[in-house]
Design a protein around this ligand. Structure first.
Ligand SMILES: *Cc1c(COP(=O)(O)O)cnc(C)c1O
Length: 394
C-alpha cells in the first residue's frame, strides 16, 4: 500500500462518536440524586418534549422505550400481527427491521429499493402485496424519507398498517409532514451513533389508542406503569392483561434525551455543513456518486453514503475502505443487506440478485464520518484522503 505525498492526519478519525456535553452529564447526575431512576417524571417529560418537537397534531402520542427495535416489535404486537401474516420491508436495512417480524412469528417479505435514495420502491412494494400482507415497514435510509405518498396510498387501498423504521430520520420531513406523524407507528432510535442519543433508547409515536396498548405491552402487559404504581398519586393495584415485554426507558436515559433534544437543531446544523462540504468536494468526481436529497423531503442526514463507480477505479470498495483506514479515516458500510445474512438467506432461499438494486448498491457503498463533532480540518482530512485514493487508483 503506497500513500501519496499528502500529509496523513496523526490520529484516527472515528466514524461516529457520541456528542455528550457537561449538560447531559449534569442531567444524569441530577437524576441519580433523586429517588427515581427508572421510568418516571423524566420519561414523561421526554415523551411530551418529543411530541412538541414534531409540531405534532393533537392526536399523536409518544412512548419512550429502551430501543428502536423494541418500538418496532411492540408496534407489530400491538397490531396483532403474527403467524400467517406477511410484512413487507426493505433489504437495505439493519437486521432489526426484519428480526422483529420473525419475533412475532410473521413472514418477512422483501421489496427492492429505489436506485437514488435506497429507500423502499413503491412499485416493488405493490408487486409484493398478497392477501396475507398486513403491514409495510418503510426504512428512511440514511435519514432520507421513503416515498411515503404512494406507500400510504397502497396501505389505504389494501388495508395495511404502516410502521416506519425512523432510526436514521430524526429530524426529517416528507412533503412538509414531519417523520413521526405519518404512519400508524414510527420508531426512532437513540443508539450511541444516532443523531440523538441516550446511549441506548428509542421512541415510538402513534395514535393515543395504539400507544396506550403499546405502553401496556412494553411493560409486562401490566395495566398501570411503574410511575403510577409506586408514586404517591398511584395505587398498588395492577393487572396483567397479556404477557408483555420489558422495554421501558429509565429516567437516567430520558434525562440525557431531554438535553440532546434541546441541542438537536444545533447538532443538525453542523451535519448539514459537513454534507455541503462533502458534496462540493465529490460532486464532479467521475469515480464517485454522492447521495441525493429529493426536492420534496428534508433529510436528517444520519449517514453520508458515498457510492463508488467501479469502472473508474482499479480497487474495489473493500480496498477503498482499507486505503481510508491507512489514512486514519474511520468508515462503515450501511448495510450488509438482509437477504445475504445466513439465517434469512437459508430460511427464505434468497439469492443476492433477487434484489438487484440493493445488491448493486451494497458492493459500491461506504459511509464517511458524518457527525457534529467534525471540525473543518477533519472534513478537509476526509475529502483529501478520498480524493487522494481516487487519484491514485483511477
Ligand atoms: C440502529 C438501527 C435500528 C435499531 O435501533 P436500536 O435502537 O439499536 O434498536 C433499526 N433500524 C435501523 C435502520 C438502524 O440503523
Amino acid at each position: 500500500m503506497t500513500l501519496s505525498k499528502h500529509a496523513i492526519r496523526p490520529n484516527f478519525l472515528p466514524f461516529s462518536p457520541p456528542y455528550i456535553t457537561e449538560a447531559e452529564i449534569e442531567a444524569v447526575v441530577a437524576t441519580l440524586r433523586t429517588d427515581w431512576i427508572t421510568t418516571g417524571p423524566q420519561v414523561r417529560d421526554f415523551e411530551n418534549d418529543f411530541i412538541a418537537s414534531l409540531d405534532a397534531p393533537e392526536n399523536l402520542t409518544a412512548l419512550a422505550l429502551n430501543s428502536c427495535t423494541a418500538g418496532l416489535h411492540v408496534a407489530l404486537a400491538t397490531l396483532n400481527i403474527g403467524p400467517g401474516d406477511e410484512v413487507i420491508t426493505s433489504p437495505m436495512t439493519f437486521c432489526s427491521s426484519v428480526n422483529v417480524i420473525e419475533h412475532v412469528g410473521a413472514t418477512p417479505v422483501l421489496a427492492d429499493v429505489e436506485p437514488d435514495t435506497l429507500t423502499l420502491d413503491p412499485q416493488r412494494v405493490a408487486e409484493a402485496i398478497t392477501p396475507r400482507t398486513k403491514a409495510i415497514i418503510p426504512v428512511h435510509y440514511a435519514g432520507h424519507p421513503a416515498d411515503m405518498r404512494p406507500i400510504m396510498d397502497l396501505a389505504r387501498e389494501h388495508g395495511l398498517y404502516i410502521i416506519e423504521d425512523a432510526a436514521h430520520s430524526l429530524p426529517a420531513s416528507y412533503e412538509g409532514q414531519r417523520i413521526g406523524t405519518i404512519g400508524d407507528f414510527t420508531s426512532f432510535s437513540f443508539y450511541a451513533t444516532k443523531n440523538l442519543t441516550t446511549g441506548e433508547g428509542g421512541m415510538l409515536t402513534g395514535s393515543p389508542e395504539h400507544i396506550a396498548r403499546a405502553r401496556v405491552l412494553s411493560l409486562h402487559g401490566m395495566s398501570r406503569d411503574a410511575w403510577k404504581r409506586y408514586s404517591a398519586e398511584g395505587s398498588w393495584f395492577y393487572e396483567v392483561i397479556e404477557p408483555g415485554f420489558k422495554y421501558n426507558m429509565p429516567d437516567i436515559q430520558a434525562a440525557i434525551g431531554r438535553v440532546q433534544l434541546g441541542r438537536l437543531n444545533e447538532m443538525q446544523s453542523r451535519r448539514y455543513e459537513v454534507v455541503e462540504q462533502y458534496h462540493a468536494a465529490f460532486a464532479d468526481v467521475p469515480a464517485l456518486q454522492i447521495p441525493v436529497e429529493r426536492p420534496n423531503v428534508e433529510a436528517a442526514w444520519h449517514l453520508y453514503v458515498l457510492r463508488l463507480h467501479p469502472e473508474h477505479l482499479s480497487i474495489n470498495r473493500g480496498q477503498f475502505i482499507e486505503e481510508l483506514r491507512a489514512r486514519n479515516i474511520g468508515t462503515s458500510v450501511h448495510f450488509i443487506p438482509v437477504h445475504l445474512h445466513p439465517y434469512y438467506r437459508d430460511k427464505y432461499g434468497w439469492k443476492p440478485d433477487d434484489f438487484p438494486v440493493t445488491f448493486d448498491a451494497y458492493q459500491r457503498i461506504l459511509s464517511l464520518p458524518l457527525h457534529p463533532r467534525l471540525s473543518d480540518d477533519d472534513i478537509a482530512d476526509v475529502t483529501a484522503a478520498v480524493l487522494d485514493i481516487v487519484a491514485q487508483f483511477s
